[in-house]
Design a protein around this ligand. Structure first.
Ligand code: SF4
Length: 330
């Protein structure tokens, strides 16, 4: 019988200092008072309370070294002897591995050298493509240039990094844009075979942002996107729908097969108003399908051996013969 997957993660916001200013974002620090960089003690306190999570999801503002509060960012890093987001996050990834967590970094646009640096300490990595169009929502966000993002997604393919990407629905794109974005993802996957999942993420308006009055996509619109994703993407790519932002039941019937990372111990810093449903509730919501836990690297890439020696012991500890979570984590 078909099953629906999810993973258990710990959400680590490394820094909210970001060079972009997306019109829907509440994560980015808008003033120096709001800016933070997680320190190692704080980080250790979070990961030592990981419960049954297997994944450390690292998110951060993009290229904080080039942002308005870059001085703050660099100062905070200097006490750890690091000078860049990638260098610092790599240190945190190593600590996460030591504490039994498989890292997945989503740090915005990275160069080939930065991807290479992070690859050995990550089970998979990610970057939302969001759209292939130039939209007003991204007018102040140089890193949201679709060309740059597609280039990085390609680079990850050349480096054989199991990869997560996705589209953001409802930020001003037209119907055709969504099809183009899905086709672009399909085409890069056809070259490198590295896209493990595509997130269909609905935009949700946040107070005090330039897009606070924009309506989110309707459930009919989301259904149409999942239908299109199922048609365009090859079957081996999972379609992920976040259950804290949308009701997954009908989307599963249309082809969604993954619910993404659920954090029991930490909040969704990108969508703080939307708590994740508890696992037992999720199980009821996906019935009659079975809910199964996976790791941040999908079974296909475990079978292909697309992981480093650094994380091999954790994969052997957590993965069953199918490449899903051993004992289902319960
Ligand atoms: S890149 Fe991410 S953190 Fe930065 S402004 Fe855009 S949505 Fe916010």
């Amino acid at each position: 019988m078909r099953y629906i997957t999810f993973s258990k993660n710990i959400f680590i916001p490394v820094t909210n200092v970001c060079r972009n200013a997306c019109a829907y974002c509440v994560f980015k620090a808008r003033s120096l008072e709001e800016a933070y960089v997680i320190d190692k003690r704080e980080f250790l306190a979070i990961i030592t309370n990981k419960g049954s999570a297997t994944e450390a999801l690292f998110t951060a503002g993009e290229k904080p070294e080039l942002a308005n509060f870059s001085h703050f960012f660099i100062d905070r890093l200097s006490s750890s002897g690091c000078s860049s987001l990638v260098e610092y996050t790599k240190e945190l990834c190593k600590l996460a591995i030591k504490h039994g967590l498989l890292p997945h970094c989503n740090l915005g646009v990275l160069s080939r050298a930065e991807l290479k640096e992070l690859r050995p300490v990550n089970a998979s990595m990610g970057l939302m493509l969001e759209t292939t169009s130039e939209l007003e929502a991204h007018n102040k966000s140089p890193g949201k240039d679709p060309k740059l993002r597609l280039e990085m997604i390609e680079e990850a393919g050349r480096l054989k990094i199991p990869f997560t990407t996705g589209i953001l629905v409802g930020i001003g794109e037209e119907k055709g844009d969504i099809i183009r974005a899905l086709e672009a993802i399909k085409s890069v996957h056809e070259k490198y075979g590295h896209i493990q999942e595509v997130i269909v993420q609905p935009f949700l308006p946040k107070p005090f942002t330039p897009m606070e009055n924009k309506k989110p996509p309707s459930s009919e619109e989301l259904k149409e996107v999942v239908r299109a994703a199922k048609e365009i993407l090859p079957n081996e790519i999972a379609i992920q729908v976040p259950p804290n932002l949308t009701s997954p039941t009908e989307l599963i019937e249309l082809g969604a097969s993954d619910l993404g990372g659920i954090a029991e111990k930490t909040m969704d810093y990108i969508n703080p108003e939307s708590p994740w449903p508890r696992e037992d509730k999720l199980r009821r919501r996906v019935a009659p399908y079975e809910l199964r836990e996976r790791l941040p690297i999908y079974p296909m890439y475990i079978k292909k051996g697309w992981y480093s020696e650094e994380i091999r012991p954790l994969i052997e500890r957590y993965a069953d013969e199918e490449g899903l979570r051993k004992g289902d984590g319960f």
